[in-house]
Design a protein around this ligand. Structure first.
Ligand SMILES: NC(=O)c1ccc[n+]([C@@H]2O[C@H](COP(=O)([O-])OP(=O)(O)OC[C@H]3O[C@@H](n4cnc5c(N)ncnc54)[C@H](OP(=O)(O)O)[C@@H]3O)[C@@H](O)[C@H]2O)c1
Length: 374
């Protein structure tokens, strides 16, 4: 466990006369979220000359945030005394939309109160109401680009991942095809919309459910070319009869897999010789069985992609991508869908604060906690 700050620093913050109290969801050890998460209330002093005071407007709960709390994610935040005097802790969450509330003297030329921003890197802790940041820790946005808070709050993980998968794995031409599982995931929905924008066709696999026709229709309306349930997709005879009719000789050059297991290896069978499968998640928690015939006779390439690593290795490209995605949102190419905004008031007591996060973590589907300051 890494303790970078000291209790003395916390105490001097608490003694600062112009402090604001903030709340955060924190943990001091890895484990089941219900066992290890707790609420911390901590003072945020007035920002220094070279800092910005910020308040979070909305913070999504991503699968990787939960994996991080469980201790099964390779990127781990430092445990410090920043928000908790009793034991070193990390603030949970990696993605979030924030609003600048106060600007240090040296930064007044560049920032103003009311501006929106997102995180420039991970492990800064976004499941909280307020903090002070340095300018290199955030990327400012133009809030007029966003039809709703959801698009801005979820910009840095899923659309960035989908964009990188579509544009940075293999060269694709208009009319080419990609195939993906978990197509109704946030990454999958962004890939459908961006794929349509780039002129690519897509085969999209979702899990069966009672209202599957409605979901299929939604994915088609966002730009999906073909949408199949995993049961339809695993019917090899039916697939062989139909896949050529859909693609009309077009090449399936790229596959995206966030599920792993049998569906993923089956996807590779419909890809063209020399195509690339990029695995970026393993929601089924199954290994990826790769038939050697796909390697020998079709030379299918199996790759992995991790946006966190890409961002840390390409910080300037990442910043440019955030601004490019902002423009794609402004022009209506990309919309957030199927995420649930959950209100949490700054004045909520510690138990309500904790319960709101825990319920959101444990319910199925994507949630965004929206902090309210009125
Ligand atoms: N490598 C990277 O850079 C990167 C970046 C972003 C996300 N990811 C990963 O990508 C995955 C999706 O992330 P997201 O935020 O887009 O997720 P999300 O919006 O929460 O969606 C989760 C998806 O996984 C499916 N799913 C859940 N449990 C499953 C199971 N047992 N078997 C098969 N499918 C299952 C869901 O299908 P149903 O609707 O049918 O439940 C849904 O399509 C996660 O593993 C995440 O960690 C990786």
């Amino acid at each position: 466990m890494l303790a970078t700050n000291t209790f003395r620093q916390f105490s001097s913050m608490a003694n600062n006369s112009s402090k604001t109290l903030a709340k955060a969801i924190v943990y001091s050890e890895f484990g089941n979220p219900r066992d290890v998460l707790r609420t911390a209330t901590y003072p945020v002093p007035k920002c220094s000359d070279s800092e910005l005071s910020v308040r979070f407007l909305a913070s999504p709960i991503n699968p990787s945030d939960i994996n991080q709390i469980q201790g099964v994610y390779p990127s781990r935040p430092p445990f410090t005394y920043e928000v908790s005097p009793s034991k070193p802790s990390a603030v949970a969450g990696n993605e979030g939309l924030l609003e600048i509330t106060d600007v240090g003297e040296k930064l007044k030329k560049y920032f103003s109160p009311g501006q929106w921003a997102v995180m420039a890197s991970t492990n800064l802790g976004t499941w909280r109401t307020r903090t002070n940041l340095t300018s290199d820790q955030l990327i400012p946005l133009d809030k007029t680009a966003f039809p709703s808070i959801a698009e801005a709050a979820t910009l840095t993980v899923n659309p960035c991942t989908a964009y990188c998968l579509l544009q940075k794995i293999v060269p694709m031409n208009r009319g080419d095809w990609f195939i993906q599982d978990g197509a109704n995931s946030m990454v999958g929905l962004a890939a459908i919309q961006l794929g349509k924008h780039f002129g690519y066709n897509s085969i999209n696999i979702i899990r069966n459910r009672p209202d599957v026709d409605q979901l299929k229709e939604q994915l088609h309306s966002m730009g999906a070319t073909v949408v199949l349930t995993d049961e339809e997709f695993m019917n090899r005879a039916w697939m062989k009869e139909n896949v050529g009719k859909w693609t009309q000789g077009g090449k399936v050059k790229l596959g995206f897999d966030c599920v792993s297991g049998r569906v993923a290896s089956e996807m590779a069978k419909y890809m063209t010789d020399g195509a690339t499968m990029a695995t970026y998640g393993a929601m089924s928690r199954q290994p990826l069985p790769v038939p050697v015939s796909l390697l020998i006779f079709k030379n299918i390439h199996f790759h992995g992609f991790w946006v966190t690593k890409w961002k840390s290795e390409h910080p300037q490209e990442y910043e440019k991508l955030v601004l490019e995605i902002q423009e794609l949102i402004r022009t209506g190419v990309l919309r957030s869908a199927n995420s649930k905004l959950i209100d949490l008031h700054e004045t909520a007591d510690g138990k309500t604060f904790y319960d709101t996060f825990l319920n959101a973590i444990e319910q199925h589907g994507k949630s965004i906690i929206q902090f309210r300051y009125d």
